[in-house]
Write a protein that binds this ligand. Structure first.
Ligand code: DC
Length: 234
């Protein structure tokens, strides 16, 4: 794919026809960075669905509620999770929680929150409302299968566990977090297991998704590949 990609992609007027691009994949597959850049290139809104489960986890922590508590579901029904600055800023009831949703406490608890079906139901409805408002590039674990099953384009990004661990390690080191490749790889394997084996909306490849192995590809190569697929088919 690399050979045929022009170095600079023209921007498509996504607004001309509503466009939904859904991207799923495991932790470290590069989907967040790729989705954000594809959205920028195509002039679409970027939807980070994991950020919404993270915002709900902030609510659970603040209200000292366990993930499965009906009170938490009620709070989720009432709260407003919004994105500003094209997905870079996450707002929970107008409060900027962009930094709070990435703390170790949230990292630790978010998978338990994200597996509760009542919470997923609310968050999925919210994501679908955002998707109905205009062209969107949405990424997560169930965007191609559950949230936007009729998306115009579906991609499943993957990479070897070791490569995903290397990427995560580089990110952690840049934040001065001391850890080893083995530790990070073990954590990634655990997250994969949780994401793929949970009862509700497990991570899986949609039958009609284009699978992209990003192990030996740069972010730009993956972005250009996705943008090219969209251009060719429109
Ligand atoms: O992509 P992330 O690490 O920010 O996701 C945070 C958590 O939310 C992770 O446990 C997977 C879960 N998640 C999910 O269940 N469904 C999604 N569509 C996105 C994320």
């Amino acid at each position: 794919m690399e050979k045929n990609q022009p170095s600079a992609q023209p921007v498509i007027a996504a607004a001309a026809r509503q466009l939904t691009i859904a991207i799923d994949g495991p932790a470290g597959s590069g989907k967040s960075t790729v989705a954000r850049r594809v959205a920028e290139k195509l002039g679409c809104l970027y939807l980070d669905s994991g950020a919404m489960y993270r915002a709900v986890t902030v609510l659970a922590i603040r209200h000292k509620l366990p993930a499965g508590s009906p009170k938490l579901t009620a709070l989720v029904q009432e709260c407003h999770i919004k994105f500003a600055d094209n997905g870079k800023t996450v707002l929970l009831d107008s409060e900027d929680v962009t930094t709070c949703i990435r703390t170790p406490a949230v990292n630790k608890q978010v998978a338990d929150v994200a597996k509760i079906p009542e919470i997923r139901k609310e968050i999925v409805k919210h994501q679908q409302r955002i998707g109905a408002e205009g062209s969107i590039v949405a990424e997560g674990r169930d965007l191609t299968t559950i949230v936007f099953p009729d998306a115009n384009f579906k991609f499943y990004l993957d990479a070897s566990v070791t490569e995903r661990a290397r990427r995560r390690l580089a990110e952690l080191r840049s934040q001065n977090v001391q850890t080893t490749l083995d530790e990070v790889e073990a954590e990634i394997r655990m997250r994969d297991e949780k994401d793929t084996s949970r009862e509700h909306s497990p991570l899986r490849e949609a039958e009609d998704a284009i699978v992209v192995d990003t192990t030996h590809k740069t972010i730009d190569e993956v972005v250009n590949f996705i943008v090219a697929q969209v251009q060719v088919s429109r």
